[in-house]
Design a protein around this ligand. Sequence first.
Ligand code: AQP
Length: 330
Amino acid sequence: RPRVLSGIQPTADSFHLGNYLGALRQWVALQDTHEAFYCVVDLHAITVEQDPKVLRARTRASAAQLLAIGIDPERSSLFVQSHVPEHAQLGWVLECLTGFGEAGRMTQFKDKSARQAADRISVGLFTYPILQAADILLYRADFVPVGEDQRQHLELTRDLAQRFNTRFGKTFKLPEPYIVKDTAKIYDLQDPTAKMSKSVPAGMVELLEDPKRSAKKFRSAVTDTGREIVYDPAEKAGVSNLLVIYSALSGRSIDDLVADYDGKGYGDLKKDLGEVFTEFVAPIQQRVRGYLDDPAELDKVLARGAERAREVTSGVLRAVHERVGFLPPT
Ligand code: AQP
């Protein structure tokens, strides 16, 4: 079976709807047809300052949310990145193959670093896409389910795999991004031209917030001054974003929704979407509480996942070390 690998950062108290629709929903679906490795990428989380206690709690909460949305630890290996030391080890080798200018062209870094003074930005934030390449290449993954914002990092990953293979002999597979077009980019409810992101909390809907609060956010979502409910991302970005979310959560096609809301107003659509979201998220929240009530069991699941991951990664790292010319340990 083809293999998939993906990760998510434990840098917020809850995942948001952009994470879920852009990536995590695909993680769940791919388990049926692929051998899946999914990780909570805590090494990436410390590229920005973290409170240790909070990071630990968020790492468990992230794992609990992944289980709650349907990641099945019997079928998929679910683990914490720092439990598999080969990620950081391969990361170093790949850093030494990456040009400084090449890393500097990553737009996500440029955007994030533009908001802060140079001395406040860590070198880790700069090199994070290279560690991400290591995350993926270690598993010789065929596909990487992510949102549109990760496309450039995937291209870097492929470039590095190709470079390593050319220089040292074929070792890595060139992975393909797995991006579902319809939900590749979920937009901020307050600014439907920007992606929904944890950096801008006002326009973000969280899986673990009070659904009443989410419903209110949907009701006050920014839309244009027109009246017609049609799907037109260029002219009606706000309404189109709401239709995409509604369609993804309800399983109904956008055409079907548009026909159904013919003659109705934005207010109706927003109110109904709040209800659809509440119905979707209530059982997830309940399951998250259940998993967090038993952290020892949760830790056991993660330990098992890390063990399965290491069955793959230790051999790949050994091959890499040998090919770059490191003396094997005796
Ligand atoms: N708005 C989005 N639409 C579609 N997919 C999205 N993803 C994130 N935002 C959207 C996808 O979620 C996965 C996990 O991403 P992450 O762990 O890197 O989280 P993030 O990208 O840091 O989340 P934010 O909210 O986007 O953070 P900031 O504000 O720091 O940039 C990825 O597959 C990502 O594509």
